[in-house]
Design a protein around this ligand. Structure first.
Ligand SMILES: C[S@@+](CC[C@H](N)C(=O)[O-])C[C@H]1O[C@@H](n2cnc3c(N)ncnc32)[C@H](O)[C@@H]1O
Length: 250
């Protein structure tokens, strides 16, 4: 595998280029069709500005699958242009809060401009790493993420951070790529395959095992699309889990 710093710089560079080219992109019907296939409804997409929909680049729709309640504090790890942040912001309402976290400055600026367009008062976009979440312990009710953890070179650290910032009883709602097989060190050293959300993915057993090791319970990995649709060695999945409530172990 290439040095983790090299891979992370490649990931940042690749998403900076995507964000920089965003104003030249228009939202064609192929993008909308893809997002509907990923679980978004065409009605909800129509309520968002083109600048949000164009940059949506996940592999599922966490807000369609998660239980998000009015008043919740939600964290979206690797929030990109903000699509899931804005959809969650409607579910949490004025008494809730949604925080988008992303390490790519151009993505954060783009998402902040989108928040102004939408006049979304209950959202905030922060620049930072999911390996070092800039939030207090036990301050979040739901953690969402959409096609991001597979890009991290230190998933154990990410899962520890998720466990730290979630409140007891807090929930995970993650869409991510999961590997059908273990990738070789050579494959993992190819930055373009890693940046395409392929060779950074780990198998279902490894994914669930890492979450359980840090303390998550009721961990489920559900395949999102039909088997056989994958030719790249990964499949898109929805991963749920909970941080146990404190009084259960007392
Ligand atoms: C595939 S895009 C998904 C964006 C968004 N979740 C969506 O569904 O449109 C991946 C995003 O994760 C961000 N990202 C990747 N690795 C990260 C890390 N270690 N910490 C924070 N953000 C990261 C990238 O900058 C990029 O915006």
């Amino acid at each position: 595998m290439a040095k983790s710093g090299t891979i992370q710089e490649a990931v940042k560079g690749s998403y900076a280029s995507l964000a920089k080219s965003a104003d030249q992109k228009s939202c064609d019907s192929l993008q909308t069709e893809k997002l509907v296939k990923y679980g978004y409804s065409s009605e909800e997409l129509q309520t968002l500005p083109e600048s949000v929909v164009t940059l949506a680049d996940g592999c599922g729709s966490p807000t369609a699958l998660a239980t998000i309640r009015e008043g919740d504090t939600v964290l979206d790890m690797g929030s990109g242009g903000g699509v899931d942040v804005f959809l969650a912001s409607r579910k949490v309402g004025p008494n809730g809060r949604v925080i988008g976290l992303d390490m790519t400055p151009d993505m954060v600026s783009w998402a902040q401009a989108n928040a102004v367009k939408l006049n979304a008062a209950n959202v905030e976009f922060k620049l930072g790493q999911i390996e070092n979440i800039p939030l207090d312990a036990e301050s979040v009710d739901v953690i969402m993420s959409n096609c991001v953890i597979c890009l991290s070179t230190d998933k154990e650290q990410v899962f520890q951070e998720m466990f730290r910032v979630l409140r007891p009883g807090g929930r995970l709602a993650i869409a991510d790529e999961v590997a059908l097989r273990v990738f070789s060190e050579e494959e993992k050293a190819d930055p373009s395959k890693w940046c395409s959300c392929i060779t950074g993915a780990v198998t279902e057993g490894v994914y669930a095992g890492m979450l359980e090791n840090v303390g998550f319970e009721e961990v489920y990995v559900k395949q999102l699309r039909k088997p056989g649709e994958s030719t790249s060695g990964v499949f898109s999945a929805f991963i749920s889990g909970i941080k146990p409530a404190k009084n259960r172990s007392q």
